[in-house]
Write a protein that binds this ligand. Structure first.
Ligand code: GTP
Ligand code: SPV
Ligand code: MN
Length: 590
């Protein structure tokens, strides 16, 4: 009997016309074969897909360079195609499914000619988890197939789960002709389908990541009563031995990976990593919020990653347990045949190829590695991987952090008054844009819960869902806002960040345990400086005051901007949000 999956694969092959169809089993041997194919057979812009790097310091490392127009997510080419425009909401680009299908069909006809179609069955989440989902992605890129193997639980286990069912989530991906004019990333929530063409990079092409685990899953979670979030998950073991689990939402390239793996500057505190990008949050039978990381790897920003900022990531990259590790659009140190990026330890090597494959000339003032260059590494290589990572139940969350990149205004840390106020803190988040998406950098935009590019439906309804989930929690996590990025008059970061962020987290843990007080401001509760653990840190009292300052005068403009943002959602915006907004507006006298 032909299964629904086999039938679907046949139909897609009729449209895209690959030379070969290959079903992935997720084995080590297969991964080695895919790398070989990338070195010897497949090409991109006339170059091999993979280059083997020096194995002595960077074991199992392979290099990939994308098309220069294809280096980040393209939000303007990403669409939610629900038959009702209102479901997509003002936060998404929308196209009617019929029109979208017609365009995609045209672009996809024969797009895999001369290429192999890889059939990738994969699980998001541990196969034994009640929260996991089994999906299939088709792709014509060995690079994408290898990345999917690192980032998900790929192979026969997922195939078994799908069996003869027809309800699995489908992803159809082709690099197409890589022209930005022929690039579209489209989501069909009514069919459980993501169809992406024209890009071979990151969130545009690894469909298990943002497309499925956030956009499709957020919509799914709304129907089923759970949350799919752009959050890291970590455990913090205190000197007395107990572990507190927290989840933190920060926009792209704003510090999730670094926070998830931080090396504590405070003696006795130990971090256990569970995830660095995506969390699925369910209400447990005990009335607490339980989190799993649906992914199995890191697709992390390379620039700025070093032994100083993130030693655990360097150890992960040098780990050998899981084959392979991929470097995309970094520079190459030609003398050593090693990956290199700005911010890596040591001197800049003399002899570099930049991310476009050109001999690097520092005099031009450009960067050798693309600012959004990334590594893909298995989470099983992480030396501080939590023992709970593979626990099908997940971990209970005691605190949720919402953060952003704000040079001014937003204090280092602030606690919400309660869950609903916490939802407002998340909803009013703003952040300066980064290289993780194409477009202008460093511009402040509202990015509620760090989900603006990833919420698969109307964000007004999404906020309503957050309030609903809160009402089901008898023991909800505390909610905090954080900002590591406040600067002084000389535009220098005032807070050291990275390993010292544990000092902020310790304050939160102490708040959860009821050990410390807080100072009430109209925007939330901030620490009393003398109750923060600052020993060993070279920071003066006045800087700490500036970091924690809440000046209501400065908040006036912010309040107007928040209102304009929330207004867009019209009747989809729940009253509970306006109630929270009004309290802040009253405090600034608006
Ligand atoms: P995505 O993978 O795009 O979702 O990004 P992310 O949120 O995981 O960001 P990541 O941890 O990769 O950090 C991105 C950039 O922020 C890097 O250049 C880091 O060096 C910088 N960064 C991270 N944490 C801190 C911090 O505490 N302070 C400062 N000043 N910079 C930080
Ligand atoms: C992000 O942009 O938030 C990422 C990288 O984590 S991507 O996979 O391209 O979405
Ligand atoms: Mn991300």
């Amino acid at each position: 009997m032909v299964t629904a999956l086999e039938e679907w694969v046949t139909q897609q092959a009729e449209l895209t016309q690959p030379d070969k169809i290959y079903w992935c089993d997720g084995s080590d041997e297969e991964a080695k074969r895919l790398i070989e194919i990338g070195i010897k057979e497949e090409t991109i812009n006339g170059e091999p897909v993979f280059r083997k790097l020096n194995d002595t310091r960077w074991p199992n490392a392979f290099y990939h360079r994308t098309d220069p127009t294809d280096v980040a997510r393209t939000e303007h080419l990403t669409f939610i195609c629900h038959s009702k425009k209102e479901v997509a909401g003002p936060n998404n680009n929308w196209m009617h499914p019929d029109e979208a299908k017609a365009k995609l069909t045209e672009l996809s006809r024969g797009c895999m000619k001369g290429r192999t179609m890889y059939v990738i069955p994969y699980m998001m989440g541990h196969p034994d988890s009640p929260y996991a989902k089994a999906n299939v992605q088709l792709t014509d890129s060995a690079y994408v197939a290898i990345n999917m193997r690192i980032m998900t639980r790929m192979g026969t286990e997922a195939l078994k789960r799908i069996g003869t069912s027809s309800t699995f989530f489908r992803g159809l991906h082709s690099i197409g002709d890589l022209s930005p004019d022929h690039r579209l990333i489209m989501h069909f929530p009514e069919e459980g389908l993501v169809w992406s063409i024209g890009s071979g990079y990151g969130g545009n092409a690894l469909l298990g990541k943002k497309c499925f685990s956030l956009r499709m899953a957020s919509w799914e979670g709304k129907q089923e009563g759970w949350l799919a979030e752009h959050m890291l998950i970590m455990g913090i073991q205190s000197p007395t031995g107990e572990t507190t689990y927290i989840a933190a939402a920060l926009p792209s390239a704003c510090g999730k990976t670094n926070l998830a793996m931080l090396e504590s500057a405070l003696p006795g505190y130990k971090i256990w990593t569970i995830g660095d990008d995506i969390a699925w949050l369910n209400v447990g039978p005990d009335g607490r919020l339980w989190a799993i990381n649906p992914e199995a790897g890191f697709f992390g920003v390379a620039p700025g990653t070093s032994l100083k900022t993130n030693p655990n990531m360097l150890k992960t990259l040098h780990g050998t347990k899981f084959f392979p590790t991929i470097y995309t659009n970094t520079a190459i140190d030609l003398d050593k045949n090693e990956p290199w990026w700005e911010g890596l330890d040591g001197e800049r090597p003399d002899n570099l190829l930049d991310w476009q494959g050109k001999v690097f000339d520092p005099a031009t003032g450009t960067k050798a590695a693309h600012p959004n260059s990334r590594f893909t590494a298995s989470i099983y290589n992480c030396p501080i991987l939590s023992h709970e990572y593979d626990n099908p139940k997940g971990v209970p969350i005691s605190a949720i952090l919402f953060g952003g990149r704000r040079a001014k205004l937003v204090p280092l840390v602030m606690e919400s008054f309660d869950w609903n106020h916490g939802v407002f803190l998340g909803a009013r988040m703003g952040s300066e844009t980064t290289a993780a998406a194409t477009g202008a950098q460093g511009v402040i935009r509202r990015d509620p819960m760090a989900m603006l590019p990833f919420c698969g439906y109307n964000m007004g309804d999404y906020f309503g869902h957050w309030f609903d989930v809160g009402s089901k929690l008898t023991n909800p996590p505390k909610v905090f806002s954080v900002n590591w990025f406040r600067v002084d008059e000389n535009a220098k970061f005032m807070w050291p960040g990275f390993g010292d962020n544990i000092r902020v987290i310790k304050w939160m843990i102490d708040r959860i345990a009821g050990k410390v007080g807080a100072k009430e401001t109209p925007t939330g509760l901030v620490p009393n400086i003398n109750e923060m653990h600052l020993e060993g840190l070279n920071i003066d009292h006045s800087t700490m005051e500036k970091l924690l300052d809440v000046s209501m005068h400065e908040w006036e403009g912010e309040v107007a901007d928040i209102k304009a943002y929330l207004d867009q959602f019209g009747e989809h915006m729940p009253q509970a949000m306006w109630d929270e907004y009004q309290k802040l507006a009253d405090a600034v006298g608006k």
